[in-house]
Design a protein around this ligand. Structure first.
Ligand SMILES: CCCCCCCCCCCCCC(=O)SCCNC(=O)CCNC(=O)[C@H](O)C(C)(C)COP(=O)(O)OP(=O)(O)OC[C@H]1O[C@@H](n2cnc3c(N)ncnc32)[C@H](O)[C@@H]1OP(=O)(O)O
Length: 180
């Protein structure tokens, strides 16, 4: 099935914000996190930027591959905002095309390519030097739609309780839920 942008999805250009302040990918409360900033694009697409920090190194002066995979995963995950669906990564296949030095800004874009039942297929690229620069990383992913209970059931009790008693967090979680 062709992916369809939800009628209440954020408008193209709108900053999506963090889905959870403690998220390693997008949260503001993680000092060594990616602080990735994503914006809605046209259709079912997003664009995002992430600047590699010294805490993200693998080899001297170079980004760790797992951190780059996290940036791709987070960008792909933010497509949920446009579908108003809660989905988690089931599969993430990553190509590392060029080394990414510390201090580099990675320009990411992601798109939902197909949907089938609970399955959401998507793809992402990360470019360096500018939004039109050479591709440094890319990924193909399969996300699986889940109920909010997925997190309540599997998450550690203390963080779940804190999230559920935070009105801002509850509001953000609702933004992912499909309107009947
Ligand atoms: C309160 C806070 C709210 C905030 C929400 C914001 C969240 C956003 C977070 C974003 C953060 C960034 C993002 C993150 O980092 S998300 C964090 C990383 N991901 C996870 O933790 C997910 C862990 N995995 C699971 O929980 C389960 O395995 C899931 C839910 C994924 C599937 O288990 P479930 O029991 O539900 O489904 P099923 O096993 O019956 O399978 C169903 C179908 O899918 C197919 N399949 C399954 N897996 C794979 C695979 N690997 N390759 C190929 N196919 C696969 C399977 O064959 C079957 O197909 P079919 O036989 O029907 O044809």
């Amino acid at each position: 099935m062709k992916p369809v942008r939800h009628p209440d999805a954020p408008l193209p250009g709108e900053l999506l914000g963090a889905h959870y302040e403690q998220c390693f990918g997008c949260g503001g409360a993680q000092s060594h996190g990616l602080h990735l900033e994503a914006r809605a694009g046209e259709g079912v697409t997003v664009i995002a930027e992430f600047t590699v920090q010294p805490a993200h190194q693998g080899a001297p002066g170079l980004a760790h591959g797992g951190v780059l995979a996290s940036a791709l995963d987070e960008t792909l995950g933010s497509l949920n905002w446009l579908l108003r669906t809660i989905a988690v990564t089931g599969r993430l296949e990553t190509d590392f095309v060029r080394p990414v030095p510390v201090g580099t800004t990675l320009y990411l874009e992601a798109e939902v390519t197909a949907m089938a039942g609970r399955k959401i297929y998507s793809t992402a690229t990360g470019r360096i030097g500018g939004p039109e620069g050479p591709v440094a990383v890319r990924a193909d992913a399969l996300f699986l739609e889940v109920e909010v209970e997925h997190f309540v059931h599997h998450g550690r009790e203390e963080e779940i309780q804190a999230a559920m008693s935070d009105p801002d967090q509850v509001r953000r979680a609702r933004a992912f839920e499909v309107n009947p």
